[in-house]
Unconditional design. Structure first.
Ligand code: ADP
Length: 485
């Protein structure tokens, strides 16, 4: 089975969130199921520079007339062969893949990501004479036009089936209607059941409507996005297309996230050697200038600092938590107001709060090994990876029971403290009172070290690997492959 993966991010090269981890892990996981996956990415300079050599596969003419070279490369650090769109005028920018250094979305994002969808279509059409995919698997709004361009194609040999995976419905890729013609959007697609969303072009909707199959990254989120509360205006459409939607939980890459083999850690450990965590705890305390005390848990936050991550609850709860002896170690970047609020908290409590603004993969590993808890009170969370990494590292998550968080964290119950299978703490209502109640439960568990260690061992032994999710994707590809001959 040959599959073309289309995404804007992929570990180890470009990452702003979980999408990159997933795109990076899928090639190897799917290879074990007999799927040959090749990945198409925008030619961001960080990727082009990291590749030893590239070869020119062909040239594509974009709907608005620009021509781009499509490069092929064997990638060190990934088992996938890559295709890259060589278009410096589109992708060679300072800032993130989506915005400039000031946080403003690039004005030509509609073209930058239409090019991604279009080149996916060209590859499905035979742009590379030596390899054609049987299925195109597009991820998130950046690749949302790929299923649409495939569906609009009139040439029968181009009609390759597609899968579209929603990693986060909150980001929809909305653009002004005036771009319709330059993007090659046919008139028949410009309506409510096509890709029009309140007078704008929606790349997310393009993917949802035109893909043959849809998936999202947990069973819980698959249910939630079909409700008005979590549907971001697309719940009706998703209910309409519900028959083709599956929830497939993300896995975690045990090659990268494994405390027994993690080169980022001062001391490696496994569930049988929990005391070895103490060395990491101590080293992290020295690194961050936090005392090595144990009155209350040391809590990590590793997150994009965006309102939907629910960190307002942590800011509100911080005073009582710190008063009870907790420590907070925050690694993140994002909205200036949230960054500022955490910096002010650090200024008020320099002995207990440490803030590192930025994106630091190595520090993320050390935090999971050197903190007792991870706080992840997201308002919504499609799957969430960090809570799974945390459990793997014996760092107990405290989560809001939504989406993938509810699917992966089985909370400890103070009324049944010896129950097996628990690996963290949770609250159901998104409210400060409920958050503090879960925190109180965590403190009650903390006071019983044997219980705490049992939760750590349970979390560390949970199998969040990619085997089952990869089998589920493979089944979808096979069904599509058979249906389309
Ligand atoms: P999302 O995709 O919404 O950002 P996930 O939990 O699915 O949330 O994935 C986030 C990924 O990004 C995880 O691998 C997490 O460890 C990582 N991450 C987030 N912020 C940072 C940061 N500031 N530094 C290092 N890694 C980070």
């Amino acid at each position: 089975m040959r599959v073309l993966q289309v995404s804007s991010e992929m570990v180890p090269w470009v990452k702003t969130g979980g999408l990159a981890d997933v795109a990076g892990a899928l090639p190897a996981a799917l290879a074990r199921c007999g799927v040959e996956l090749r990945a198409l990415l925008p030619g961001y300079p960080v990727i082009l520079q990291a590749l030893r050599s590239t070869e020119r596969i062909g040239r594509a003419r974009l709907p608005w007339g620009d021509e781009v070279d499509v490069l092929g490369a064997e990638a060190h650090g990934s088992s996938a062969r890559l295709y890259l769109i060589d278009a410096a005028w589109l992708y060679a920018r300072a800032g993130s893949p989506y915005e400039d250094a000031q946080g403003h979305a690039f004005a030509d994002n509609h073209r930058r990501f239409a090019a991604l969808g279009w080149v996916a279509r060209e590859l499905a059409c035979g742009l590379d004479p030596t390899w054609q995919p049987q299925v195109v698997h597009a991820h998130d709004w950046h690749a949302g036009l790929a299923p649409a361009y495939l569906a609009w194609s009139t040439a029968p040999h181009v009609r390759r089936p597609s899968v579209f995976t929603i990693h986060n419905l909150a980001y929809q890729g909305l653009f002004r209607a005036v771009h319709q013609a330059e993007l090659g959007i046919p008139a028949h697609a410009w309506h409510l059941e096509g890709l029009e969303f309140h007078g704008q072009i929606s790349y997310m909707k393009a993917g949802i409507v035109h893909a043959d199959r849809l998936s999202t990254v947990s069973a819980g989120y698959a249910r939630e996005i079909q409700t008005p509360e979590q549907g971001f205006g697309l719940d009706g459409l998703l209910r309409h297309h519900g028959h083709k939607l599956s929830g497939i939980r993300n896995g975690i890459d045990s090659g990268i996230w494994n405390p027994a083999h993690d080169d980022h850690l001062p001391s490696r450990y496994n569930p049988g050697q929990l005391t070895a965590r103490a060395t990491n705890h101590e080293a992290l305390g020295l690194e961050l200038g936090l005392a090595a005390h144990h009155e209350a848990p040391r809590c990590a936050i590793i997150s994009r600092l965006h309102p939907h991550k629910g960190l307002g609850l942590v800011l509100e709860a911080a005073a009582p938590m710190l008063h009870q002896g907790a420590q907070l170690a925050i690694l993140g970047r994002g909205e200036a107001s949230i960054e500022q609020a955490f910096l002010e908290l650090e200024q008020r409590h320099p002995d207990q709060v440490r803030v590192r603004l930025g994106f630091d993969e190595a520090l993320a590993h050390r935090l999971l090994a050197g903190c007792d808890m991870l706080l992840m009170p997201s308002q919504f969370e499609p799957c969430g990876l960090t809570q799974m990494y945390a459990m793997r590292y014996g760092c107990l998550p405290l989560v809001h029971s939504v989406g993938g968080l509810a699917d992966t964290v089985h909370p400890w119950d103070p009324h049944n403290p010896a129950a097996t299978g628990c690996s963290g703490f949770a609250f159901a209502t998104f409210h400060i009172g409920a958050f503090l109640e879960a925190w109180a439960q965590a403190l009650a568990c903390w006071a019983q070290p044997v219980q705490w260690a049992a939760l750590q061992r349970t979390g560390m032994s949970l199998a969040f690997d990619w085997d089952e999710p990869a089998r589920q994707y493979t089944r979808i590809y096979q069904q599509l492959g058979h249906a389309h001959g």
